[in-house]
Design a protein around this ligand. Sequence first.
Ligand SMILES: Nc1ncnc2c1ncn2[C@@H]1O[C@H](COP(=O)(O)OP(=O)(O)OP(=O)(O)O)[C@@H](O)[C@H]1O
Ligand SMILES: [Mg+2]
Length: 245
Amino acid sequence: MIELQKVNKSFGEKQVLFDVDAVFHKGKTNLVIGASGGGKSVMLKCMVGLVTPESGKILYDNRDFLQLDYQDVRAIRREIGMLFQGTALFDSLNVEDNVGFPLRMFSPMSEEERRERVNFCLKRVNLENSNNKYPSELSGGMKKRVGIARAIALDIKYLFCDEPNSGLDPITSRVIDDLLHDITHEFNITTIINSHDMKTVYDIGENIIFMHQGRAFWEGSKEEIAVARKELPELDHFIHASFIE
Ligand SMILES: Nc1ncnc2c1ncn2[C@@H]1O[C@H](COP(=O)(O)OP(=O)(O)OP(=O)(O)O)[C@@H](O)[C@H]1O
Ligand SMILES: [Mg+2]
């Protein structure tokens, strides 16, 4: 479980996160939704340490990420998998070396152990026998799956995905959604997915956090959204604008 308490972040004069409180549950797909510019990516960057908030707490199973020393932060980083907007694969490395990269960086595995783990992860995302292909030879959906295999290469506890469906067609988007959902449950991961795709919310959302103008405006289950939107015009407007009724 990850808990944010009163997290504030500004860039210069501009405040983009305001006293953000949110809970991301273990073994669940936690979906962060909201209009563009609402602070979803900045919140996620704060959580993984790419940007530092001015105040607040970020608790990884009660370990305060912002107060830990270098060694303890590094230990948490090893427990984190990330799937970036776009694919962020290394173009000059083949699939096997892309997936094996975090293992090379962070684990003492032998070459053979590493290959076994890479093959396990590739099998899990239904990409067997693609080890020697280069990113330029893969479709968008395949690249995402390599990204997921790389994200789970280390034995992770937390998985962060920023717009995992961006640039994918609707059918491939569902494949990626299902994969993220299934992996979350199989490995009991705390998964955080930024999305503005309401279809993703209705398909795989288990805990929903609605960000609006830098605030965690509402949090609940997808079953509760139907009621909540009647009372919150901001949430209603967002759902309406997503054209799924
Ligand atoms: N490095 C930065 N420097 C200055 N402002 C920034 C920086 N990063 C983000 N912002 C601002 O913070 C606000 C929130 O941006 P953020 O990227 O978190 O939105 P988002 O909810 O992820 O939007 P989208 O759905 O388009 O991805 C925006 O106004 C953005 O311009
Ligand atoms: Mg974003």
